[in-house]
Design a protein around this ligand. Structure first.
Ligand code: GLU
Length: 474
């Protein structure tokens, strides 16, 4: 079995395409298949080397290890369509000779006009050059007349294939819209033509791709038949929609894999989420590490209807992965995000691990750390607006005064009993006691347990923060 992922290098790796790549990877692992990367760079204007590099990097980051591709030729290369022109030329010659293809010398306007006329007369559209003898085509071409090469679509022919997700799909060739261009006037072959040649020559057995390609499939099958090439098995994955049931776009949330990486999503979580999109396990189990996904996944599991991308769920899933990893591993992961939050100098390792241990449960993605890290690393945390108005309340001022007295009386090794000492002296209980302490110590009304925060920040910082609150509010 051989599968492939065939990105067009015209931008970043979109989350929808990443899902196609992930599903292909799960299938490859499940059935021990080869996984081919083919770069579909026929759009010369929009394709860039940078895009190819970044797509391949993102696939690697996700954990996808292909077995053949532009960097790993196993005898089926080249793996970039732009480097395969000599191959396509040979097939174009064959199509022209067999009469399945023809040179069309009409201008675009002429074709549009003829199409409109056929439509008005309710007749099927046939290209004027469709039946021009080959010798005549060659003569005109030799004269230097500009032409495109078109595929001669057979009339009223049923094209049917069994899609592993959609079931049996049947098209009539009359609905294809007439003979279509396979080689543009500049000599560049089009996607729908060469994709099936490449799939055949690369011996791809299963084409798993987005449903947006479903309507291209009959054209590709017709070409395969005309060239006597094998037709692969197909599985078309339903589209991914945003919460408003519209095509997933930047309006809904992050759509680029690279941005997920930057925000601190873990590849394992993204792989899990994308692999589980559009189906569910019998037990309702959702946290599926890659091996488990491979074990449970079948293409047939995927529903026929579009899947809605749930950004919150992905975040939750990411948080769950973050909680699972050993402390030293997550500490390493958080370090760049702590630095990016402006804390270049980090505390010693054991203290850093204590901090991460206190904060990891409050973070769903690695960049969330920026909201909390200041609690530990800043000297003083300016209260935010909500905390500020809270600290102005009479009961909060009582607590500030008590803290201010106590901090002068205790020694640094008594700091772990600081809260219980405040409690003993306080006329207030519950929220009116704990909210102000938290606000004084952290500048926030929520966050990690104070019993954990105080010993980590230590006596000096605690004292500084109390003095600051005292000078500001009392
Ligand atoms: N290059 C196409 C795309 O990026 C994929 C074509 C295919 O999978 O057949 O949409």
């Amino acid at each position: 079995m051989r599968v492939r992922f065939a990105p067009s290098p015209t931008g970043y790796l979109h989350i929808g395409n990443a899902r196609t790549a992930v599903i292909n990877y799960i299938i490859a692992k499940k059935y021990n298949a080869e996984y081919i990367i083919r770069i579909e760079d026929t759009d010369k204007e929009r394709s860039t080397k940078e895009s190819e590099i970044s797509i391949l990097q993102d696939l690697k980051w996700l954990g996808i290890n292909w077995t053949e591709g532009p960097d790993m030729d196993k005898g089926h290369g080249p793996y970039r369509q732009s480097e395969r022109d000599h191959i396509y030329k040979e097939y174009t010659d064959r199509l022209l000779k067999s009469g399945h293809g023809f040179r069309c010398f009409c201008s675009r306007e002429q074709v549009e006009e003829d199409k409109a006329k056929a439509m008005a007369e309710n007749k099927p559209f046939h290209d004027r050059c469709r039946n021009m003898p080959l010798a005549e085509q060659e003569r005109l071409a030799a004269e230097g007349k500009e032409f495109t090469v078109k595929f001669k679509v057979p009339e009223n022919t049923e094209i049917s294939f069994d899609d592993k997700i959609k079931g049996t799909v049947t098209f009539n060739s009359d609905n294809i819209g007439g003979d279509f261009i396979i080689v543009r006037s500049d000599g560049g072959p089009v996607y729908n033509y060469i994709v099936i040649i490449d799939d055949a020559l690369m011996e791809v057995t299963h084409v798993i791709r987005g449903e947006d390609h479903l309507s291209n499939t009959p054209k590709q099958i017709l070409i395969a038949k005309a060239l006597d090439l094998p037709v692969p098995e197909y599985a078309h994955l339903p589209l991914i929609l945003g919460s408003d049931k519209k095509k997933l776009s930047k309006r809904h949330g992050i759509t680029s894999v690279d941005l997920y990486k930057q925000e601190g999503y873990l590849p394992e979580a993204l792989m899990n989420y994308l692999g589980l999109l559009g189906w569910s396990t019998e037990s309702g189990e959702e946290l599926l590490e890659f091996e488990r996904l491979v074990e449970l996944f079948e293409l047939e599991n995927i529903g026929k209807s579009p899947a809605v991308f749930d950004f919150q769920k992905l975040k939750w899933m990411n948080g769950a992965y973050l909680k699972k990893y050993p402390l030293d591993k997550v500490t390493e992961m958080f370090i760049p995000y702590i630095k990016a939050a402006g804390f270049e100098t980090l505390p010693e390792r054991s203290k850093l691990e204590d901090i991460i241990s206190a904060l990891r449960n409050s973070c769903e993605i690695l960049s969330d750390i920026s909201k909390f890290i200041g609690i530990f690393l800043n000297e003083i945390n300016e209260p935010d607006e909500e905390t500020d108005s809270h600290l102005k309340e009479d009961y909060a001022i009582d607590i500030i005064k008590i803290c201010n007295e106590l901090i002068e009386q205790i020694t640094p090794d008594e700091i772990s009993s600081f809260i219980s000492k405040v409690k003993e002296k306080s006329p207030h209980k519950g929220k009116k006691l704990f909210h102000p302490i938290r606000a004084i110590v952290t500048g926030r009304l929520s966050g990690p347990e104070l019993d954990i925060v105080i010993p980590i920040i230590g006596f000096d910082k605690l004292k500084k923060r109390i003095k600051y609150a005292y000078s500001r509010y009392c």
